[in-house]
Write a protein that binds this ligand. Structure first.
Ligand SMILES: [Zn+2]
Length: 125
């Protein structure tokens, strides 16, 4: 079995390779929805089984406000893959931060003159 340092480096390198493969990224989220039009004589007034759609929306936040753009199905397919890439990017970066924190904690512990670990070093990410 390899030592922990080698394992952690290998894990980190796997994440780096994963990052390199991620394509275009777009923030926000995709919504697929059906809606009633509001006309009382339209068939959609019979219930949600008859609503119009699907409609595709891409939403994201700008300074705390949600921005929504309606997309065609083709646009939604394209945008959806970029939105998924963005999620993947953030998951990978989050894992890299966890590993990096563990590494820096060990490095600081090794050179620290203080015997006991400091408070921030026990914190998570
Ligand atoms: Zn309707």
């Amino acid at each position: 079995m390899s030592n922990p340092q080698t394992q952690i480096t290998a894990r980190y390198n796997r994440l780096r390779r994963c990052l390199a493969k991620i394509g275009f990224v777009c923030k926000g989220s995709m919504i697929r929805r059906y809606m009633p039009c509001g006309q009382p004589r339209c068939r959609c007034a019979r219930g949600s089984d008859y609503w119009h759609g699907p409609y595709y929306q891409w939403t994201w936040k700008v300074k705390g406000k949600t921005v929504t753009v309606r997309l065609t199905r083709e646009e939604a397919t394209l945008m959806g893959s970029y939105v998924r890439n963005d999620r993947q990017l953030r998951r990978v970066v989050a894992q890299m931060r966890v590993i990096s924190l563990r590494v820096v904690q060990a490095q600081i512990k090794a050179v620290s003159r203080q015997g006991k670990p400091r408070k921030w070093m026990q914190a998570g990410t």
